[in-house]
Design a protein around this ligand. Structure first.
Ligand code: SF4
Length: 363
């Protein structure tokens, strides 16, 4: 049998990094790991929920959402049986609602294709809706002790500094994920994944990294070369497209007019306040309310607010218009919604709920 070919030069991380990184991080993590609710068990359902919530959202924000979500849907079976509107309601304020919709779809796939058991093979986890390389690596390593790296922005930053190099392309990141995976210690794969995440979150932070308290500082090339600030290289933020909108806050007593957004696209299928492109003046806004069948009585106030999405920024001019208490049903799919119904059923994304707050109305 021919001998195994020698590993390609770029397929392994250099010594002493490859030799010392794992033991140093594992002992540091044993001492310094934060007490986070999703670390109490290795149940893949719970780890999955936390990992999806933590994308684009901070640990402090996620804690409450995570507890509420698991109370409502303690198992994958419970989630698979849920109404989409109930899942979205629990997601209200977390943003990036596609994540919640994909979780519901994935829960159904787990029920139908895997008999209700969360898949354990990396490829099966990766095939679930809404699960990318990072999430699949996190679940596979944390829950199933698989040697699979989970490379998110934090881990990328740590290695960019350790290696004093950038990983700008998808191919670079894939190569790095392979190099990190080769280091994984069987029996402690989950701890290694979490130690890397923890180092990025607590020590090797985007600005002002705590190199003096870093367990791997003597392995760090950027630190040795005094170039920590140079890695990872900052790229100019992409200019966001700006969309001007006029948003109507129509009230009938305590009720507020709301309608559903189109099922696909930004905030697809969620509830919204009636709105139109461009900035209308007060008279045109009142006329717009009339076209919705609202019988506007008085323009109470107006204001301006912005909301930033990943690719677009909304520049919103809003008008609060009180309507005749006897106003009939609205046109164009809009409905009058009571405060109780808003709290219980109707998910109003924060782009709109912030306007209600600005107007002094309970969101
Ligand atoms: S020494 Fe500093 S830059 Fe290097 S890994 Fe540690 S915290 Fe990050």
């Amino acid at each position: 049998m021919p001998p195994n070919p020698a590993p390609r030069q770029d397929s392994v991380l250099p010594d002493p990094l490859s030799r010392e990184l794992v033991p140093r991080l594992l002992s540091w993590y044993a001492e310094n790991a934060r007490d986070l609710p999703w670390r109490l068990s290795c149940d893949p359902y719970r780890v999955w929920v936390s990992e999806i919530m933590l994308q684009q959202t901070t640990v402090d924000v996620v804690r409450d959402y995570y507890a509420r979500f698991l109370k409502a849907f303690p198992t994958v079976e419970a989630l698979a049986a849920a109404e989409e509107s109930d899942v979205l309601k629990l997601w209200e304020g977390l943003g990036y609602y596609t994540r919640a919709r994909n979780m519901l779809r994935a829960a159904k796939v787990i029920m139908e294709k895997h008999g209700g058991n969360f898949p354990s093979a990396y490829e099966d986890i990766r095939a679930l809706p809404g699960v990318g390389d990072y999430t699949a690596g996190a679940i596979a390593s944390i829950c199933f002790d698989a040697p699979r790296a989970a490379v998110d922005g934090n881990v990328l930053r740590v290695f960019s500094r350790l290696m004093a190099q950038d990983y700008p392309t998808a191919a670079d990141k894939k190569r790095l994920a392979g190099q990190i995976s080769a280091l994984y210690p069987k029996g402690a794969c989950g701890d290694f994944t979490q130690s890397l995440m923890e180092l990025g979150a607590l020590v090797c932070t985007p600005s002002s990294p705590q190199c003096g308290a870093c367990p791997v500082s003597t392995l760090c090339r950027a630190h040795a070369e005094g170039k920590v600030d140079a890695f990872p290289a900052r790229r100019a933020a992409k200019e966001k497209r700006v969309e001007a909108l006029t948003v109507l806050i129509l009230t009938r007593g305590e009720e507020i007019a709301m309608r559903r957004r189109a099922p696909v696209g930004l905030l697809g299928g969620l509830w919204e306040l009636p709105n139109a492109p461009g900035h209308l003046d007060g008279a045109d806004a009142v006329a717009f309310a009339g076209r919705l069948g609202a019988r506007p009585e008085k323009l109470i106030q107006s204001g301006r607010a912005a909301h930033v999405f990943s690719h677009v920024r909304w520049d919103m001019l809003w008008y609060h218009i009180a309507c005749d208490a006897g106003a009939p049903a609205l046109d164009g799919g809009a409905v009058w919604v009571s405060p109780a119904a808003r709290r219980e059923k109707h998910s109003l994304p924060s782009a709109f709920s912030k306007l209600l707050k600005q107007a002094g109305l309970d969101a």
